[in-house]
Design a protein around this ligand. Structure first.
Ligand SMILES: Cc1cc2nc3c(=O)[nH]c(=O)nc-3n(C[C@H](O)[C@H](O)[C@H](O)COP(=O)(O)O)c2cc1C
Length: 204
């Protein structure tokens, strides 16, 4: 069986927990994950979650995240344009940017590729592969909105960090997972992350 290959980027927007819980969910499945964290992403991760490791794999292990025996996490510097997914010839199953800053959104909307995250997003758009952006900012100005329009027109899924409240969330993790549920759905990944509306079999 071919494992899914998912590219993940964590940027310097608030909501580092979205990136951490996404990685934890993916690493709990037979999956190959290709991770980039922008320098601002590292700073916000440190501020919001105490992340101070060079390696996310070590961080997840220290936080007792369950890792599937067939899960692999490959970590890349954002200036490493030799990474496999910097080329359209490397086949993968989609990319998620969570959280996505307005800076990275603007770069992707304009086709500027200053770093590997921008390049990987650009490659997804040109190859028609899933590109799921989880932007976090409020309020949004006209430039942010226009950038989202451009990216949606080019094929990206704009999936804002806007949790739902209809499943009666009890914790911050419940709220975060309600967004990540939709991310995984758009990647075509089966998961039990949070209850589904109308699904009486799913435990609350
Ligand atoms: C604590 C903190 C929180 C931030 N939150 C946001 C945010 O929610 N959204 C955003 O677009 N930028 C936010 N920023 C600013 C970005 O980090 C900054 O624009 C940076 O250039 C983004 O770079 P990147 O896109 O390469 O990650 C925040 C910065 C800090 C220090």
């Amino acid at each position: 069986m071919n494992q899914k290959k998912i590219v993940v980027a964590i940027c310097g927007a608030s909501g580092a927990i979205y990136g951490i819980r996404l990685l934890a969910a993916l690493m709990n499945m037979p999956m190959s994950v290709y991770l980039m964290i922008s320098p601002s992403g590292r700073a916000v991760l440190a501020h919001e979650s105490g992340f101070s490791h060079p390696s996310m794999a070590v961080f997840l292990k220290e936080h007792n995240c369950q890792t599937h025996e067939d899960a692999h996490l490959y970590e890349f510097d954002t200036d490493d344009f030799f990474a496999p997914f910097a080329s359209g010839s490397f086949r993968h199953d989609g990319m998620v940017v969570a959280p996505c800053s307005m800076n990275t959104l603007a770069a992707m909307a304009s086709g500027v590729t200053h770093n590997l995250i921008h390049r990987a997003g650009d490659v997804c758009l040109k190859e028609k592969r899933p590109l799921i952006l989880v932007p976090r900012e409020t309020p949004l100005n006209r430039i942010h909105l226009e950038n989202m329009m451009r990216l949606a027109d080019a094929g990206a899924v704009i999936l804002p960090a806007m949790p739902g409240f209809y499943h009666n969330p009890q914790t911050i993790e419940d709220l975060v997972d309600s967004v990540l549920t939709r991310v995984l759905d758009h990647l075509g990944i089966d998961h039990p992350l949070s209850p589904r509306w109308g699904d009486t079999d799913t435990p609350k």
